[in-house]
Design a protein around this ligand. Structure first.
Ligand code: ADP
Length: 434
């Protein structure tokens, strides 16, 4: 059509030229008409692009008509795409708004950029008043503030009471995403926590009730041992009674200790502990425990490198690790205790040359009653609770347990303490060995 129109216009110019014979004038007039036509259409195009809000483009014919139609189609397609994108974003937002878990979008320095209704209900955020506020100004729980201050790009989790209602417990997760953004998610775990408390209360109560009759049985078994220990008819039975009574007593003591560790927050009675000194005592105890099995127990520790904590709890945790090293290392094997610090904090390492642990077991070792070899553990008087106690003691001190092991070669248990609870020696540390 465009070509037909152009050919007709050319024909008209030719005819006019032939009829009048004034070619130059006709051509000039034709060129002028084409220029005016283009100028008018350009003006209309510019006006439409700049001002006209309405969708319909100006009407025109020929090439300009096609240009207007093409632009109109492009504009419509782009508006449809924008609309679809807006709908998609709105749908996402609506679904996050409807989530029962609190969701807060935080900037790189933890300022609130957006939050859903659940965040207002569970974390006490006000929207839009709190937009741009630092989240630590709104949720002021000290543990949460410390949790935020440990800048890392890993996802992390903490449990704390809701700032809106102290009876509600929240599991709060901080998940980094995009370049410098965090997603703060909080879930109401009150019911779960209540169940967990009921479970540990039950275990603690049963253990407590068992303690008195057991003490009596244990006492009687000791008296019987003294009276009938030499009687060939009863000696074996009395010995069995004594052994089993002792096992049950150790089990109940461990269960009670674990229940106490689980329910309490950070340990009370905290003091500065000279770990090098504590290890000196442990080495002595270890040598006594090893007795005729003749393990070579050695230690190397930075004197004056102190930890703020509960001495009884840390003694119990380290003693459990040493008892395990002795129990699971063949007679005469080597066990090394090591205490030192680096930029990330301080580490207590205990390395043995024992039977080692298969990689598939390592993750589950700190579960209650998890044993790699039940028979071997029981024959050594193990309760299966030792590493669970270690884990809880360390957790209460903000420390972490890591286990490296190779079957047949030995294991290394590392307790890592954060710098916040350490006191470093004023001079270069002296190495204490034993
Ligand atoms: P247990 O009372 O059975 O020793 P723990 O909780 O202390 O219970 O340890 C759990 C299990 O981990 C043990 O049964 C044992 O199989 C394994 N284990 C712990 N320490 C060591 C170690 N140093 N070497 C080899 N295995 C170990």
């Amino acid at each position: 059509m465009v070509y037909v129109r152009a050919s007709l216009a050319l024909l008209a110019v030719l005819l006019l030229g032939l009829l009048t014979g004034r070619w130059l004038l006709v051509l000039l007039l034709a060129a002028l008409a084409a220029l005016v036509w283009d100028w008018i259409n350009l003006r209309r195009l510019e006006h439409w692009l700049r001002l006209a809000r309405k969708l319909d483009p100006p009407k025109s014919v020929g090439l300009w008509g096609e240009v207007f139609d093409g632009l109109h189609r492009m504009r419509k397609r782009s508006r449809d795409r924008d609309q679809r994108r807006r709908n998609l974003v709105r749908n996402y937002r609506d679904s996050i708004k409807a989530m029962p878990d609190a969701t807060v979008v935080l900037s790189g320095d933890y300022q609130v950029e957006w939050c859903n209704q659940a965040a207002r209900d569970l974390l006490g955020l006000r929207w839009p008043q709190d937009e741009g506020q630092r989240i630590s100004n709104i949720v002021r729980h000290p543990e949460f503030v410390t949790f935020l201050s440990q800048y890392t790009r890993e996802a992390r989790m903490i449990s704390l009471p809701s700032p809106v209602d102290g009876r509600l417990w929240l599991e709060v997760r901080l998940v980094p995403y995009a370049k410098k953004r965090y997603l703060l998610l909080a879930r109401d775990t009150t019911a779960l926590r209540r169940l967990e408390t009921m479970r540990s209360d039950f275990v603690a109560n049963v253990s407590h009730e068992l303690r008195t009759p057991l003490t009596v049985i244990y006492g009687v078994s000791e008296t019987l041992g003294q009276e009938l220990g030499d009687d060939p008819e009863y000696a074996r039975s009395v010995q069995l009674l004594q052994e089993q009574a002792e096992r049950m007593k150790t089990l109940v003591d461990d269960l009670l200790l674990l229940a106490r560790l689980e329910t309490g927050g950070a340990p009370r009675d905290r003091q500065w502990i000279d770990v090098a000194q504590l290890l000196g005592v442990l080495v002595e105890e270890g040598r006594l425990l090893s007795g005729s099995r003749q393990h070579q127990i050695a230690m190397e520790a930075d004197s004056g490198l102190m930890v703020l904590g509960n001495e009884k709890e840390l003694h119990s945790a380290f003693a459990n690790l040493l008892a395990n090293a002795i129990n699971y290392t063949p007679d005469g094997g080597r066990i090394d205790l090591h205490w030192s610090s680096d930029a990330s904090g301080a580490q207590f390492r205990i390395r043995d040359t024992g039977i080692g642990i298969g990689a598939q077991h390592i993750e589950r070792l700190t579960e209650r009653f998890y044993r790699v070899d039940t028979g071997r553990s029981k024959s050594r008087g193990g309760t299966g609770l030792g590493l669970a106690i270690v884990k809880h003691v360390l957790m209460r001190h903000g420390a972490q347990l890591t286990i490296h092991s190779e079957p047949g070669k030995g294991s290394t248990f590392v307790c890592s303490f954060p710098p916040g609870i350490l006191r470093y020696p004023s001079l270069d540390p002296e190495r204490v060995t034993a």
